[in-house]
Design a protein around this ligand. Structure first.
Ligand SMILES: Cc1cc2nc3c(=O)[nH]c(=O)nc-3n(C[C@H](O)[C@H](O)[C@H](O)COP(=O)(O)OP(=O)(O)OC[C@H]3O[C@@H](n4cnc5c(N)ncnc54)[C@H](O)[C@@H]3O)c2cc1C
Length: 870
C-alpha cells in the first residue's frame, strides 16, 4: 500500500529532539528562499526508515508563506570523526511490510569513498545529480558544524509523493504495479548511465568492486560470529570462497558496467509522483559509491528470490516461490527493461554470482544485527532475534541458486531497442505514448499501427478471398471438418507475428516463465515470444481485435477466437503447471481448441448460481453429471478440452457452490447430442453443442484453483461473460469491426446502385441514416477503448461499470449499423450472398450470449445508485 510522504510524518522522537531555535536560525541564514520575515518552525519526523534521523521542517513566515524541507542528520552519538576507525552500524528497518528489511543506509564501508572519512553525507552526489535526469531532491545546505543541533546535517527539498513500502505492492492495481517496477528499472538505468566524470564525481576506484566487497563482508561476518558470539555457519564461509573464485572477469575492469552505484536500490527508496506514476525522487544515497553496477541491479531483484522479513513462520520465499503478484513483471522482463534502457548486455553469464553476492552481503549484515541483538543493543526489538536465522536462510538460498542449472532465461523482447521502457513502447496512458496525449486520447502507437496495417492487409489478401469458400465448406457434408486452407492461414499468421495478440502483458509474463523453464514443451520451430503475443495492453489489442471482427472467420486464424482466448486466460492465471503443460501450451500453439460449458437448458443461466451440473468427489476423481447447451466450439474436431462449471457443494454459501474443472472432451460419458442453430446458422465447423455428462470421471487434479472457487475465477456473478475482464471485451472490440465492415459494404452498395434515378448514396434519407450509423459507431468505439484503457489502469473490478456499458452499447450499435447495411442491400442483404446476415446474426447473439443486456444494465444502474448515495 502506498503512503504519501506526509502520511509518514509523526511527532519527533524524544531521543531525536533538536535545538529548534538554533536550527531555525541556521536554516533562515543558509537555505535560499527560506520563508521570511520572522519564520516559525514546525518539526516532525519521518517514521519510514530508522537509519539517519530524518525530519520535516515546516517553516511559516509572518504573512502566511509556508514551505516544507527535509533535514537529515547523523544519529545522536554517531558522528563519524575522520580520525576514528569507521564505525559500522547495522540496522534493520522493522516497518510493517518491509521489502527486504535490509537497511544498508547506515552501514559505513571504508572503501566506499562517499562515506568514508571526510564525507558523511551524500550531499555531493545529490548536488551533482541535480543536473542530470536522475530524479533526486535538491540539496540546499550542508552543515558540518555539530554545535548547531548536535550532529552534522543537511537540508534538502521536501517531495510530496507516494512511497510503496511493500515490494508485493499489495492494494495496488496490476497495471500500476507493472508501471512501478518498470519505472524502478528505468530510474536505475538512468542512475547507471550518468557520466560521473562529466558531473565531477571522480571518487576512487571502480575496478575490483566485487572483490573488495566480498573481502569486506567476509571480514564483517567473521567479526560478528565465532567464539563467544553467535555460531559461525560453515556454508557462509564456503560462500565467500565460492564468490572469490567466481568473480566475474568484468569486475576487474573500470569499463562498461561500472560507474555510480546507489548501493541500496529498491522500490521503497523511490518516491512516485502522487498522480502521475513516475519517479520524482530516489532516496537514501548514503551507500552510493563507484563500482560494479550489476550489484545494484541484482540487489534490486532480491525480492524475486527471497522474502527476508524476519519472523517465526515465514517461508522466506521470494516471488519465484510464492508467485509473482499480478502485474509485477517477471524477473526477466524487469531485467530486459533495465538492459534495454541502460544499454547493458544481458547479464546471464554472471547472474549467479551477482545474486549470490547480494545474498551473501545481506547475510553478513543480518549476522551483524543478530550479534548486536545477542549483546542487547540491536534496533528492531523482538524481531531482531530472527535475523540470525534469516542470515542462514540467505546463505542456503545463495547455495540453492548457485546449484541451479539455469538461473536466467534468454532475454525477452521488450519491444524497445534503446531508450524507452516497455510500457512507454506499449503505450501506457500514463507515459503518453500509445494514447499520445498531445495527439489525442486514443491514438495508436507506431507499433500498434504497424500490426493493424499488417492485419488489414492479411484480411484483404488472405481472408476476405476465402470467406465464400469457408462458408460453402461449412454448408457442405464436410461441414464439421476444417477447411485445409484454415490451418495454412494459421501458419502464415504465425509467421507474420500476428499470433496470440490478445494475451495481455501480465499474462504473457506468467506464461513466459513456464515456457522458459521447459523448452521441450513447445514444438520445434516455435518461439516463446511468438506464442506470447506482442506484449500489448488491452487498449492496444482493442485496435487490432476490431480488425479481426470484420470477418467471422478471422479471429481463429490469429488464434484469437472465442472461447479459446477466455479459456487460455483462465489457464494462464489459474492453471497449475501440469494443467498448463497439458492444455495451455497446445492452445497457445493453436494445435487444439476448447469450449466453455456453463449454460444449462433447465435453468436460467444468466444467473450462474442456478447452474445444477454436479461435480462430486470420489477418491482421486471427480464425477460429473449434468446437461449443458450452447457450448461454443465443442463441435470443432480440434476441440479437446472443456472448462466446465458445476457445483461441488450444493449446501455451501451461494457463491461457493460452483467450481470450474477441466474435462477432456474424449472422456467416457461426455456425449455431444446436437449442434444448436442460430437463426439457421450452425456455425460449423465450430458449432454450439448440447452435451450430456453422465458419470464422467476426471482426476481431482483437473479442478481449477480449488473447490468452490468457480466464481472467484468468474470474478463476477455471471460466470460466462465475467470469466475474465479482457475476454469480456473482445466481443465488443470485434463488434466494432463488424460494424465497420457493414459501413464499408453499405457505402459501396449505395454508391453503385441506382434507385429512382439516382444513386442510393444521393438520397437524403440514406445520407441521414449513414451519418447516424457513423455517430453510433464512433460512440461505441470510444466506449470500448475507454473500457479497455480502464481495464489496463484499474483492473477488472473497478472497470466493471464501463465494461457493462460497452457490452450493451457495442452489440446494439452493431445491430443497427448492420441492419442498415442489409436494408441498403435490399433482399441481397438478407441472403447469404453477403456476409451481412451472418455478421448480424452473430451480433444479435451477443445481446444474450455474453450476458443479457438486462444484466449489464442492472450492473450500470447499481453503480450509479451507489454513486448517488456516496
Ligand atoms: C451463440 C451463443 C453462444 C453461446 N456460447 C456459450 C458457451 O460457449 N458456453 C456457455 O456456457 N454458454 C454459451 N451461451 C449461452 C449464454 O451464455 C446464455 O444464453 C446466457 O447466459 C443467458 O442464459 P439463458 O439462455 O439461460 O437465459 P436466461 O437466464 O433464461 O435469461 C432469459 C432472459 O431473461 C431476462 N433476464 C435475465 N436476467 C435478467 C435481469 N437481471 N433483469 C431483467 N431481465 C433479465 C433477459 O431478457 C434474458 O435474455 C451461448 C449462447 C449463444 C446464443
Amino acid at each position: 500500500m502506498a503512503k504519501l510522504t506526509s502520511e509518514l510524518l509523526r511527532p519527533v522522537d524524544a531521543a531525536h529532539a533538536l535545538n529548534e531555535t538554533a536550527l531555525l536560525r541556521y536554516a533562515a541564514a543558509n537555505v535560499p528562499g527560506f520563508p521570511a520575515p520572522a519564520p516559525t518552525l514546525n518539526l516532525t519526523q519521518f517514521g519510514h526508515g530508522q537509519s539517519n534521523p530524518t525530519y520535516c521542517l515546516e517553516a511559516s513566515a509572518r504573512g502566511g508563506e509556508t514551505k516544507r524541507y527535509v533535514l537529515r542528520k547523523k544519529p545522536p552519538g554517531a558522528i563519524l570523526q575522520s580520525a576514528h576507525a569507521v564505525e559500522r552500524e547495522f540496522q534493520v528497518r522493522l516497518i510493517s511490510h518491509p521489502p527486504l528489511l535490509l537497511r544498508l543506509d547506515s552501514v559505513c564501508v571504508q572503501d566506499d569513498p562517499f562515506i568514508s572519512s571526510s564525507q558523511t553525507f551524500p550531499v555531493q552526489v545529490l548536488k551533482a545529480l541535480s543536473h542530470t535526469g536522475v530524479p533526486v531532491p535538491k540539496v540546499y545546505c550542508l552543515c558540518q558544524d555539530a554545535s548547531v543541533i548536535g550532529t552534522p546535517f543537511y537540508i534538502m527539498e521536501y517531495l510530496e509523493g507516494l512511497i510503496y513500502s511493500d515490494n508485493k505492492l499489495l492494494g495496488v492495481t496490476p497495471a500500476k504495479r507493472q508501471i512501478i517496477y518498470f519505472s524502478a528499472a528505468e530510474t536505475l538505468a538512468s542512475i547507471h548511465k550518468v557520466d560521473v566524470n562529466a558531473i565531477g564525481l571522480q571518487y576512487g576506484r571502480r575496478d575490483n568492486y566485487c572483490k573488495r566487497q566480498v573481502e569486506r563482508w567476509e571480514r564483517q561476518y567473521l567479526s560478528s560470529t565465532g567464539e563467544g558470539k553467535p555460531a559461525r555457519y560453515q556454508k557462509m564461509l564456503d560462500l565467500a570462497g565460492w564468490l572469490k573464485e567466481n568473480l566475474p572477469a568484468e569486475d576487474s575492469s573500470a569499463g562498461l558496467g561500472t560507474g555510480l552505484v546507489h548501493g541500496d536500490y529498491r522500490v521503497d527508496n523511490l518516491i512516485f509522483h502522487p498522480t502521475e506514476d513516475r519517479v520524482i525522487g530516489v532516496l537514501d544515497w548514503e551507500l552510493s559509491t563507484l563500482g560494479n553496477q550489476m550489484c545494484d541491479v541484482a540487489y534490486s531483484c532480491l525480492a524475486y528470490i527471497i522474502d527476508a522479513t524476519p519472523g517465526e513462520s515465514s517461508s522466506y520465499g521470494g516471488f519465484e516461490q510464492t508467485g509473482i503478484p499480478d502485474g509485477i513483471p517477471q524477473l526477466e522482463e524487469y531485467l530486459a527493461a533495465y538492459c534495454a534502457l541502460s544499454g547493458r548486455p544481458w547479464p546471464a553469464a554472471n547472474w549467479k554470482f551477482y545474486i549470490a553476492f547480494s545474498l551473501f552481503r545481506g547475510a553478513s549484515i543480518y549476522a551483524g544485527v543478530y550479534h548486536r541483538f545477542t549483546m542487547g543493543n540491536a534496533s528492531g526489538g523482538e524481531r531482531a532475534k530472527f535475523v540470525g536465522r534469516v542470515a542462514n536462510v540467505m546463505v542456503d538460498r545463495a547455495w540453492d541458486f548457485i546449484n541451479r542449472a539455469n538461473v536466467l532465461g534468454g532475454q525477452p523482447a521488450t519491444g524497445v531497442q534503446t531508450s524507452k521502457a516497455p510500457w512507454q513502447e506499449f503505450g501506457r496512458e500514463q507515459k503518453g505514448s500509445t494514447s499520445t496525449r498531445d495527439q489525442g486520447r486514443f491514438v495508436p502507437s507506431e507499433k500498434v499501427m504497424q500490426l493493424r496495417n499488417k492485419l488489414l492487409k492479411f484480411l484483404e489478401d488472405h481472408i476476405y478471398p476465402m470467406e465464400d469458400k469457408f462458408y460453402k465448406h461449412a454448408q457442405s457434408p464436410s461441414r464439421w471438418t476444417i477447411h485445409p486452407e484454415e490451418e495454412n492461414l494459421k501458419a502464415l499468421a504465425k509467421k507474420e507475428g500476428l499470433w496470440n495478440l490478445f494475451i495481455p502483458l501480465d499474462s504473457a509474463a506468467r506464461a513466459r516463465k513456464l515456457l522458459f523453464e521447459d523448452h521441450s514443451l513447445i514444438s520445434p520451430g516455435s518461439s516463446n515470444d511468438l506464442l506470447l503475443g506482442a506484449g500489448l495492453t488491452n487498449l492496444e489489442y482493442g485496435y487490432l481485435c476490431e480488425i479481426m471482427g470484420r470477418s467471422i472467420w478471422a479471429p481463429q486464424i490469429f488464434n484469437c477466437g472465442a472461447p479459446d482466448t477466455g479459456n487460455m486466460e483462465v489457464l494462464l492465471r489459474y492453471g497449475t503447471k501440469e494443467q498448463q503443460k497439458q492444455w495451455l501450451v497446445p492452445l497457445l500453439e493453436g494445435k487444439i481448441r476448447s469450449g466453455f460449458a456453463m449454460t444449462e437448458p433447465r435453468v436460467a443461466s444468466s444467473d450462474a448460481t442456478n447452474i445444477e451440473c454436479s461435480i462430486s468427489r470420489q477418491g482421486d476423481f471427480y464425477v460429473i453429471n449434468g446437461r449443458k447447451w450452447w457450448t461454443s466450439g465443442a463441435m470443432d474436431p480440434r476441440c479437446k478440452i472443456l472448462i466446465l462449471m458445476g457445483k461441488t457443494d450444493f449446501s455451501a454459501p451461494k457463491h461457493k457452490q460452483q467450481s470450474m474443472i477441466l474435462v477432456d472432451i474424449n472422456t467416457p460419458g461426455v456425449q455431444i447430442k446436437r449442434p444448436l442453430l442460430v437463426f439457421g446458422f450452425d456455425d460449423a465447423p465450430h458449432g454450439h453443442a448440447e452435451i450430456t455428462f453422465e458419470n464422467v470421471r476426471v482426476p481431482v487434479t483437473n479442478i481449477l484453483l480449488g473447490e468452490g472457487r468457480g466464481f472467484e475465477i468468474a470474478q463476477v456473478s455471471n460466470a460466462l461473460q465475467g470469466r475474465l475482464g479482457p475476454g469480456r471485451l473482445h466481443h465488443c472490440m470485434r463488434l466494432v469491426g463488424a460494424a465497420e465492415r457493414g459501413m464499408d459494404l453499405m457505402i459501396e452498395r449505395a454508391l453503385s446502385r441506382t434507385t429512382f434515378g439516382k444513386r442510393i448514396a444521393q438520397h437524403g434519407s440514406f445520407q441521414s441514416d449513414l451519418a447516424k450509423c457513423r455517430i453510433e459507431l464512433e460512440q461505441a468505439r470510444l466506449l470500448v477503448l475507454e473500457a479497455a484503457d480502464q481495464l489496463d489502469r484499474h483492473g477488472n473490478k473497478k472497470a466493471r461499470g464501463i465494461l457493462a456499458m460497452a457490452k450493451v452499447a457495442a452489440p446494439n450499435m452493431a445491430l443497427k449499423v448492420l441492419d442498415m447495411a442489409m436494408q441498403v442491400h435490399g433482399a441481397a442483404g438478407l441472403s447469404s450472398d453477403t456476409v451481412l446476415s451472418h455478421l448480424w446474426a452473430t451480433a444479435r447473439t451477443l445481446r444474450i450470449a455474453d450476458g443479457p443486456d438486462e444484466v449489464h444494465l442492472g450492473t450500470i444502474a447499481k453503480l450509479e445508485l451507489q454513486r448517488a448515495r456516496l
